[in-house]
Ligand binder design. Structure first.
Ligand SMILES: [Zn+2]
Length: 323
């Protein structure tokens, strides 16, 4: 999926460049009509530049001095041009080509490397084409309702569900804010209906909006993808899962458990940890339940390399139904 968007992205850059060249043409025509002297200065500068480059090759005796003189002339003319523009209410760069990204000059590349703006475009296309996009219109921080979490603490926990979720939400914001600099992974666990999936969607939306490449999979989908990679050699999908900025695995433990799923899941977790690629895993299982379900290898990876957050409180789905 990633590579198939390449042409689409290159077309976006082409359109940006065409549009900006058109606007520049219009701005020039405007100045030509209103301030023809500016255009004259520009053409004089152009001529001087050509002269300079021609004479730079010639073996004039006083070449150094000549070049310095021409350069000074050009500088003076440029200043005059700027002054004219500014004194007539135009910006100094009114006759310059504008770039949406000054780093790559709207080409998408810095040498052979892709520019960050390329990645942002890729994420946007990927995101618009994914099921996640419609989901995230509802499931985002604006709609995160803390009132589903009781402030009364009548359970065995140290904090009330409300205090607990407030703490988790603030940690989630920290995770988003420090996404680039920390190597934190998150594990959300606890009963169903306590907001784990919802919060992972909120986090996904914030990061996607910031231009990070987030892949969201239920664990069942993930196992399907791993089979596709293993048995059909789907390299693009593999690249997706391994190299995305954040892989969200939702509902770990609901997939059909098999030796294949356990082995491949471990390989994926391990591979991502080694590469320092981040994950957010949610599960309805308690930690000891995970150990029973998966091998010690997987569980110790999860517990050792993830920040653990326990979700608890009354079932939100039930509360919504009752309301
Ligand atoms: Zn760029």
């Amino acid at each position: 999926m990633i590579n198939s968007h390449h042409l689409e992205i290159m077309k976006i850059y082409e359109d940006i460049r065409t549009k900006e060249q058109d606007s520049l043409r219009k701005r020039r025509a405007e100045i030509e009509a209103k301030l023809p002297e500016v255009i004259e200065i520009e053409s004089t500068i152009g001529k001087l530049c050509i002269q300079m480059s021609l004479n730079a090759l010639r073996n004039l005796e006083s070449r150094e001095e000549y070049l310095r003189e021409v350069k000074e002339n050009i500088t003076t003319l440029r200043m005059e041009k700027s002054e004219l523009l500014v004194s007539h209410g135009y910006s100094m760069d009114y006759l310059e080509l504008k770039y949406h990204c000054s780093k790559c000059k709207d080409t998408g590349f810095l040498g052979k490397e892709k520019c960050t703006c390329y990645k942002q475009k890729l994420v946007k296309i990927y995101y618009t084409n994914s099921d996640l996009s419609s989901l995230l219109q509802k499931n985002n921080f604006d709609n995160f309702n803390l009132n589903y979490y009781s402030s009364i603490n009548n359970g065995p926990e140290r904090f009330s569900p409300r205090e607990n979720i407030e703490n988790i939400v603030s940690k989630a914001w920290g995770f988003i804010k420090n996404f680039n600099t920390s190597d934190e992974n998150l594990l959300f666990y606890g009963n169903s209906g306590t907001g784990k999936t919802f919060l992972s969607h909120c986090i996904a939306k914030e990061l996607l909006d910031k231009g990070y490449f987030v892949v969201y999979k239920t664990s069942e989908d993930l196992i399907k993808s791993l089979k596709e990679i293993k048995f059909n050699g789907n390299l693009e999908l593999e690249e997706h899962l391994i190299n995305c900025d954040l892989l969200i695995i939702d509902d770990l433990g609901t997939e059909m458990s098999s030796d294949f799923s356990k082995t491949e899941l471990f390989n994926l977790l391990n591979g991502k940890l080694l590469k320092g690629k981040k994950m957010l895993v949610s599960t309805n299982y308690a930690l000891d339940g995970l150990t029973t379900m998966y091998s010690e290898r997987i569980t110790s990876r999860l517990i050792g390399n993830f920040d653990l957050f326990k979700f608890y409180g009354n079932d939100i789905r039930l509360q919504k139904k009752m309301a």
